[in-house]
Each structure stands twice: as C-alpha cells, then as structure tokens.
Write a protein that binds this ligand. Sequence first.
Ligand SMILES: [Fe+2]
Ligand SMILES: [Fe+2]
Length: 366
Amino acid sequence: MTAIPVRAGLPSVRPQARACARSAHHAPPPSPRGELSAAVLGALTGADPGEPLRLPRPSETAAADPLGEDVQLTLYVLYELHYRGFPGVPAAWEWHPDLLRLRGDLERGFEGALREHTTGGTDLPGELDALLTEPVHPQGPSVSHHLADTGVWWQLREHLAHRSVYHLKEADPHAWVIPRLTGQAKASLVAVEFDEFGGGRGERVHARLFADLLAAAELDDRYGGYLDAAPAVTLATVNLMSLTGLHRSLRGALVGHFAAAEITTAPSARRMVRALERSGHGEPAFTHFYTEHIEADAVHEQVMRHEVIGALLAAEPELTADVVFGIQATSLLEERLAAHLMSAWSAERTSLRLPLPDGPHAATNS
Ligand SMILES: [Fe+2]
Ligand SMILES: [Fe+2]
C-alpha cells in the first residue's frame, strides 16, 4: 500500500515557538451539576489522593441519565485527569482506583446509550458514503449551513465556545490509539496527527490556531474556559473520543470516529469561512483555523479512509462493526448537538448554560 504524503519534513525550530506559552493557561475545575459531579469534584479539590473515597455505587449511578448533565460532566472531569488535569488538582488522582471504578460504571451506561441509539451493522462503505451526503436536519439546515447563510455574530461566538471544549485539545484523544495500531494503519494515522499537531511548529498546532481564533473573537481562550458553559450535548461529543481513545477494545470505534471527523470537516470548514466573512470577520486572524482545515482535511479524509481504515481492517476484519459503531455514534452525537443549537437559536435563546455577554440571556433548557 502506497502512503499518501501528508506534509513531509520537519522544519527547524522557529522563534515563534516561544510565543506558545499563552496556550498553557488553564481554567479552574468546573462547578458540579448534580450529586455525581459534586462527589468527584469535592474529592479532587478537597481529599487526599492517597486515601480511599466514598463514591456512588453502581446501583446509584445506574439511575442517572447517561447522556444527562451530571453524568456527562462527571465523565468529562474524570477523563480530563488523563489529559492536562485541572489547576490545583494533584496529578496523583489520575489512577485512583475508586475514580477508575466510578468511571467504568458511567462508561458502561454511556456506551450502552450510544449502542441503543445507533443501528450498528457492518456496512462500512454505506456509512462512509453517508458522511459525504450533506446532512439535512428535520428542524432545518445544519449548523454550518445556518451560520454561513443566515447566522449572526453572537451565534458564531456561541458555536466557537461550544467547540472550544474539543478544539483546545484537538487530536489529543486520537493519539491514544497509536500504540494500538500496527504497520500502515499506524504510519498513516501518525501522518495525519503530525499535521494536527502543527507539523513540528508550535504556533501551527491546530489547538493553538483555535485559541488564536477565540482570542480574535474576544472569547476566553483558556483551556477549559467554556467547560461550565457547555451543556451535556457538547460534552458528550468530546467524551465519545475519550471513551474510545482510552479503551483498546474500542480502537476500531476511535478510528471510525476520526475518519468521520476528517471526512466531514473540510466542507463545514468552508462554510465557517463564509460565515466569518459574512459577519465582517474575514481576516486571517479569524479564518486561519478553518482555512487550514479546508486544505488539510481533504488529504486527511483520503488517508483515513483508504490507509488507516483500509489497513486496519485488512489486518483485523473483525473490527468492521466497531468502525461502523464509531461513525454512527459520532453522527448521533453531532446531530443531537446540532438540534440543540438550532432549537435554541431559532427561539433567540442562548445555547450555552452561561450566556455570553453579547448573546441572548434567556437560560437554555439543557
Ligand atoms: Fe485539525
Ligand atoms: Fe484533520
């Protein structure tokens, strides 16, 4: 199998790399949204990581809505311990057995809900082709179509705030799958990740480009800056990546998710550039993150589809259903988020749990 070159060659280290320190700043832990998140956040910020914890048992967590605010925030917080954590929270919590047990209980509910709401199967070509079809939501156009055609600036800013929860850690969850792949699938996935992580240049790391966009839009560019504002429908899209990234048994689903994201990003990035231009924000300071994705993801799509998935399934054909599950779960959660955004915006309501200063202040019902 011939590898498609993504972007060859490491550039020399440039002085701008030193300017990346800004992206290191980091918001404090979020506020709880219920008993589960209160128990976990209370422990992380007040208990000793060397001691056992009194956390809810499986019978108690089973009653909680696996896609609801409390469970999704708790999962997000527990996963965050494996990324950069939170200021003031000791890193030693990462492998605390009681937190891992609770995470396992919540993950079983989350994965169960995802499987319940997806159809499954092994029709991978059909699933990949469906991603190339423009999504038409029963409640109206897709979010990027809406923003490109009729969106207003406060809606664009809300969209950036929602997406910041992922884009400020863009491609990090996918890095976990690298040691779980071999041969061409590994080599090609790493080639895509090399681009996501800036091709050797700190100032071109995609997460950094998104932080620059947030700053240009006068939004909070701190890591986790909109965690309190993001509803469960937003957190679930990121938790899916952490769930599938952290479980070797779900490596096929992680690859399916990654492929789905790469296939759908280029057309929606094109629409986001149009949305920014329409709102009077067409300068590179605003559009760079998206223009970078129009070019890069057209290549990434091909690499993910033909080399990563192709090589993975040639070696492990029994993972086909998992790849399909990853694609379907991604579409499910993206459609739920789109429905939430469009229904809030069509009613002139904020889609965030904490409104931005220039948006409508009516509380969202999520
Ligand atoms: Fe990217
Ligand atoms: Fe990409």
